[in-house]
Design a protein around this ligand. Structure first.
Ligand code: AKG
Ligand code: FE2
Length: 344
């Protein structure tokens, strides 16, 4: 935790130059991205060239899926998958204080064949997706995933440049990463009062690229106040996750965030950009600074899985039964992010 100061707003960065051939322009944008990643841990990116019809298409099939009867959705239940794919009913996932989030989710990730060697070897995050029987669902989820992953690769290169590293410093570890795309559905409940529908947390991976249908996302400022991060048309919200915070020894910060209840139904689509499962993440030597303890290394996929296992009911049950153990040296939830005390 770098004890970052206060920030009043979340910057919007036009990243079009990252996709052009001009190295000077690319460096300037990378530096802007690096500043936002260090000061706030959250920023918007525009100018990505992303065709937002892919977002509309994804939203259409997400609506269709979540409108199915519960029993039908449960045919894709995540607990049936051996690599954490499928439907997450409300009550399945909870981050803090034992209270479950008030949302339902569909989880997908890199879609590997059933004979993938890591899957066959029992890797808990790598393997095939689960697809519900909705026409176009698999195609639209995949089209969105591939396009946004491509933008993520550009960003990962820009982070390296901003940090003074070789452009492929992180990218060379992103060959077969278990990056997840989540479809979050927050149902509208007129009887419910104020409060949050997704508890405060940091994201576990390198960084997240998010689209959403409306406001509700809030991030924790260094002074303990919550700041609104509503969607801005034509942009993605980007936020730093635990692994990038670790790699930079706290130079980039995995900012704590949560989702507030809003008067209406809400969908959001975070893509959590990860690196390869077995990548050992240890703080880069340039961030070994006086007064900043050097954090312990973690394996990328093991960290993501350990956090997941502590927050999903079906995995906690397996641990209770002794069928599953947390990886050696796994951290508890909430081990990253600002040290600020939240003002509730
Ligand atoms: O719904 C949102 O805007 C954010 C969701 C989120 O933070 C998450 O899924 O990790
Ligand atoms: Fe999140």
């Amino acid at each position: 935790m770098n004890g970052a100061g206060t920030f009043a707003s979340v910057p919007i960065i036009d990243v079009a130059g990252l996709f052009s051939g001009d190295p000077v322009g690319r460096k300037a944008i990378a530096n802007e991205i690096g500043r936002a990643a260090g000061d706030v841990g959250f920023f918007y990116i525009g100018g990505t060239g992303f065709d937002f019809r892919r977002y509309d298409d994804l939203l259409t099939v997400a609506r269709r899926f979540f409108a199915l009867p519960y029993a039908e959705k449960m045919r894709s239940y995540i607990g049936f998958s051996r690599c954490h794919r499928g439907y997450v009913p409300q009550g399945e996932e909870g981050v803090f204080e034992g209270r479950a989030d008030l949302k339902e989710v569909f989880d997908s990730a890199l879609d590997l064949p059933a004979d993938d060697p890591d899957y066959l070897a029992g890797n808990p995050m790598l393997g095939p997706n689960v697809w519900p029987a909705i026409p176009g669902f698999a195609q639209r989820v995949t089209a969105y995933y591939d396009a946004v992953l491509g933008i993520g690769r550009k960003l990962l290169g820009a982070f390296a440049v901003a940090l003074g590293e070789e452009p492929d410093r992180f990218l060379r570890h992103a060959r077969k990463p278990p990056s997840q795309l989540r479809l979050n559905h927050y149902r509208y409940d007129p009887a419910a009062g104020d409060g949050w529908v997704s508890g405060e947390h940091t994201d576990y991976e390198c960084f997240t690229l998010l689209t959403a249908t409306g406001p509700g996302l809030e991030i924790l400022g260094g002074d303990g106040t919550w700041i609104d991060v509503p969607p801005v048309p034509g942009t993605f919200v980007v936020n730093i996750g635990d692994l990038m915070e670790l790699w930079t020894n706290g130079e980039f910060v995995a900012t704590t965030h949560r989702v507030r209840r809003v008067p209406g139904e809400r969908y959001s689509f975070p893509l959590f950009f990860c690196v390869d499962y077995d990548t050992v993440i240890r703080p880069l030597p340039r961030f070994h600074r006086p007064g900043r303890p050097i954090r312990r290394p973690l394996r990328a996929g093991e960290h993501v899985f350990a956090q997941t296992a502590q927050t999903f009911r079906y995995l906690r049950n397996r641990m209770d039964l002794g069928d599953l153990r947390l990886p050696e040296g796994a951290l508890g939830v909430g081990s990253f992010g600002y040290d600020a005390v939240p003002a509730h």
